[in-house]
Structures are given as C-alpha cells and as structure tokens.
Design a binder for this molecule. Structure first.
Ligand SMILES: [Cu+2]
Length: 458
C-alpha cells in the first residue's frame, strides 16, 4: 500500500508516490455547485500555502476541504445546462453544475485528494492532463483503472510536483464526453508566491460544439465541422472582457480541448509566451509575439504589460469568430441577383437578398432565427456592429481600474486626435481612377483552363 519508490527516475527532487489513504476517503467533502455562467470573483486561499488565484472567464474555482494537510476536492460529473451566450442554452455534460467544470487551483508541493462522483448515464474517468503523477492516478479507463460506474465515486490522490497550467477531462468515451463539454482547468501555483507573480491572471479553455440551429444538444459524431467556437463554453458576445489597469502585468492562460488548432491573436501590446505544457519558459527563451498558435491538447500562458484601450483578442481563423449557421451558403459577392430576387419576393415575401456585397450586412440585420440560436455575426460596440461571434473578446485596459476589480468598465474613451475618422477635406467624392494596365488578349491556354467546381459537401 505505502509504496515509497520514486516513480520518475530522472527527477531526484520528486517526492515519492502518492498513496491513497482510505481513512481520508471515509467521508465525502461537500461538492460545491454553480448554476450561473457569470464569472465568480476568485476567493483567496482560506488555508494552505498562499497564492494569487486565477480569473476563469465566465467560470469559478472549486473550494476544497483541508483534511490532515491534504486538499480534498469533490467533482461531480453530470448533465448540465450551459448558457453559451444570452439567448442560447445548450444541454451539455460537465462538472458541478457547469461546463467547463470548475477550475481546480492548488500549489506546487500540495497533496490533493480528488473525489469524482459519476452522475452521467455511462462510465467516466478523469485524466489530469499534463500533471506528473503516479500512472495509476492518470485516469485512463481500461489502462490504469476501470471506468467509474454510474452512481459510483472514485478517489484520485497525488502530490503536485511542479507549477503550471494544466487541464482535466475524461478518458472514457472521450469523443462523446468531450464533445458534450466535459473538461476543466487545473492550475498549480508556484510554491514561492513571488515567482512569476502578475497583477492579473486570466484563464480559459478553447472548446467547440456542433449544435444545429434551433436545437440544444451537441452532435457528438462531428469530427471537424463544429459550428460553435467557444471559450469556456461561451461565444461572443457572451465571453467576459479581460479587464486590467494600465501598466498591469497580465497573464492569459489558454488550454485547447477542441479538435483543431487556434492561433490566438491579441491587438495592442506585444506579448511573450511564458508557459507551455512543459512548464515555465526561461526569460532568455521568450520573444515578442502578437499571435500564438495553440495546438490540440496544448496549454499556453502569455504575458504583457497592459496599455490603455479596447483591444480585440480572438482566434485568427475567421470562421472561429462566427456563431452557428448553415455552411452551405453560396458566395454571392459580385452577383447582381436583384431581378431574380424580385421574382422570388412575389412567391416568398420575406426573401432577403444577401451577401452580394460581402457579408457585413448580416451583422447588422435582424433576421428571424430559430429558437435558441445565436446570430452568426453579432456583438455591438460604440461604433456599431462588431460582426464577430465565437472565439472573440476584448482586453479592456483603463487607468482607473482598481486592483481586484474585474467589472466591465464599458467602452474606451479615446483621447483627442487618437481615433480614425472619415476624410472630408476637400469635399471631393470623385476620386481619380487608377491607371490600369491593359489586359492581354486571352489565348487558347487561358480559355482551356479548368476551374475546380463543386464545393458541396464541405
Ligand atoms: Cu480558432
């Protein structure tokens, strides 16, 4: 039972195997529940080693019970209803009332004992993604443990060997359970709270769902063509802003549990990646960036010095800043279909011509949508439609924000002379035509060129 052999030969500094204490498992710690998608201000640790908690966007951190110097947490895997954004709720699976599950926060060197109760209709398990632990605690159904049966509770116990940004998710029927939203963040703070200290520490998971417009339950067999691209199971404009004070050192931690990579791009100040799956990045190995690509299963932490303004932060795959809508919409740019539209309107009075001058109109029009469906491009700023959904938010930096205040400060007031404006200088609207080269005569080769056709099925 008490196996004290080192489980990781190369790491002399590592503490020995965590042995589950059956006495400790005698009574279940209370399982805190959350019914709202509103961000819950992070509590300071009531006991144990000190740390500065992370801000989980639209989320919360799980309280623990300290028992004989062990932090005891209780996760309950269960069906939940998550508000993806105001106007749309999804039937997901998650933990303790929400998807993603609550963020687990602890400190390097802590011994944690995590009770997992299964209230799903099938077996589950929890894999502690990125955390170095005895392999028997790794949570892989069939390989390191039997699945946690319906209605049963399992206990995981291990010592946190190193600090960093980690995740948890099932390793049982993963395709279904992750497509349904079962995942959470696991943050391990450094033992020395002065190490890597920042003023604000935000965290979110990249996740994705395929929920048909008008329905509420994700299609779990979808492999790549998801239609809801979310951060912590929220789509813009439902995603919290990242609020900071001018000059704050800000960290953003991101984990990717979707089925594709996401180049996360931030406007404004350059940032540097300070943490990866392998831990903290040495100062000499950091370089300035404005986009960091986060592959499937990866975690990244990046840091910057906050500069006043409203700065967009988003995935740079432009289809990931869109909300659900059918994808089989033909490209109409450059097509004048007014005469056709007139004929259709006689038959279908509500018919709308759209897309022939680009898609921006769609961000502004109020189109009737099926129930429980978000507009495809949405969110309104001080200057009109933002035309974004999905994986998009705003870093809102102000001089006046107080320490510990994460409330939305509203829109930025731009200093005089620091705002783009419409040119009205000489009143001319007939701008000179550019001189264009004359097109060469089409020859046989051009006429024979075959263009690819048929994009149905994408
Ligand atoms: Cu993306």
């Amino acid at each position: 039972m008490t196996n004290r052999r080192s489980f990781f030969k190369a790491g002399a500094a590592l503490v020995g195997t965590a042995a589950v204490s059956r006495a400790g498992a005698a009574s279940l710690p209370e399982a805190a529940m959350q019914s709202t998608a509103a961000m819950q201000p992070p509590p300071l640790p009531p006991n144990g080693r000190p740390y500065s908690p992370v801000i989980t966007l639209n989320g919360w951190s799980l309280p623990w019970r300290m028992k004989d110097n062990v932090k005891e947490f209780h996760l309950v895997a269960e069906p939940v209803v998550r508000e993806i954004a105001p106007g749309m709720k999804a039937n997901l699976w998650g933990y303790n009332g929400q998807s993603p599950g609550p963020t687990i926060e602890a400190v390097e060197g802590d011994r944690v004992r995590i009770f997992v109760t299964n209230r799903l209709p099938e077996v589950t398990s929890v894999h502690w993604h990125g955390i170095l632990l005895p392999s028997g605690m790794d949570g892989v159904t069939g390989l390191t443990q039997p699945g946690i049966g319906v209605g049963k509770t399992f206990v995981y116990e291990f010592v946190l060997q190193r600090s960093g940004t980690f995740m948890y998710h099932p390793h049982a029927d993963e395709m279904t359970q992750m497509a349904m939203g079962m995942m959470g963040l696991f943050i391990v703070h450094p033992k020395d709270p002065r190490l890597y200290k920042v003023d604000r520490d935000f965290a979110f998971l990249l996740n994705a769902y395929d929920v048909e417009p008008g329905s509420a339950t994700p299609k779990v067999n979808t492999m790549l063509d998801f239609n809801l691209w979310t951060w912590n199971s929220r789509a813009f404009p439902g995603i919290d802003p990242l609020v900071a004070r001018t000059g704050d050192r800000v960290r953003v931690r991101v984990g990717n549990l979707t089925m594709t990579n996401h180049p996360i791009h931030m406007h404004g100040p350059h940032f540097e990646v300070t943490g990866t799956d392998g831990g903290w990045v040495a100062k000499a190995a950091r370089w300035p960036e404005v986009t960091t690509d986060i592959a499937v299963g990866q975690m990244r932490a990046f840091e910057f010095d906050a500069v006043a303004g409203d700065w967009a932060i988003h995935c740079h795959k432009s289809h990931h800043t869109m909300n659900a809508m059918g994808h089989s919409v033909p490209t109409m740019i450059g097509v004048d279909h007014r005469s056709v539209a007139e004929k259709i309107t006689k038959l279908v009075p509500d018919y709308m011509v759209m897309g022939e001058r680009g898609m921006h109109d769609m961000a502004e029009m109020e189109m009737p949508l099926p129930d429980n469906t978000l507009p495809m491009m949405t969110g309104t700023g001080p200057f009109g439609a933002i035309g974004m959904g999905g994986m998009f938010s705003v870093v809102k930096v102000r001089d006046s924000v107080k320490a510990g205040d994460y409330a939305d400060p509203g829109w930025y007031t731009h200093p005089k002379g620091a705002l783009a404006y419409e040119y009205q200088g000489d009143g001319r609207s007939d701008l000179p035509q550019p001189v264009r080269a004359t097109a060469p005569k089409a020859d046989a080769a051009t006429l024979n060129a075959r263009k690819p056709t048929g994009h149905e099925g994408h």
